[in-house]
Design a protein. Sequence first.
Length: 193
Amino acid sequence: MAKGKKQSKRYDHLTEMARLTRLMKEMYERGQSDLCDVRNSEIHGRGVYAAADIDNETQIIEYLGEYVDKDESEKRAWDQAAVAEETGDAAVYIFTLDKKWDIDGDVAWNDARLINHSCEPNCEAWIEEDQIFIYALRDIKAGEELTFDYGFDIECYEDHPCCCGSKNCVGYIVSQEQWPQLEKILAEKKATA
């Protein structure tokens, strides 16, 4: 290969690496928020905590990751669930964006992936075009753990026991809309036991 072509190829490679480095830095910065920080959680593993008082309806942090179609999302969710079952670490970070796309938040720069579920959440996820943001549902005091309702389907409730510890905990990570149905299922199980 001629020296000029080799230098040009190296220049193109370094230009692409610089572009990717800038993109990674931008993604990392988008995944950070002065309103919260990550530390150990009594609910599960690590959690995200308010670093300052947060007013109701404040945008706290963006949920970031790789955009994947539903087929890829399902494959990754099963793969992540298998690893979680082996290790005991519940670490599936797939977040539904719309009917065709999900966000796989299993990336280091996505602190929002560490927000735990609660049956009495103080946050909720808002989808704005092709992005997901976590907003405060009420005023939140500095030091309080941030939580939201994961909204899992009742179909697989037994796979998702809840450890939120709230006074109204239903024992499983199931969307609040399905609590009455869960209550009936649990009552029937108890009656037949």
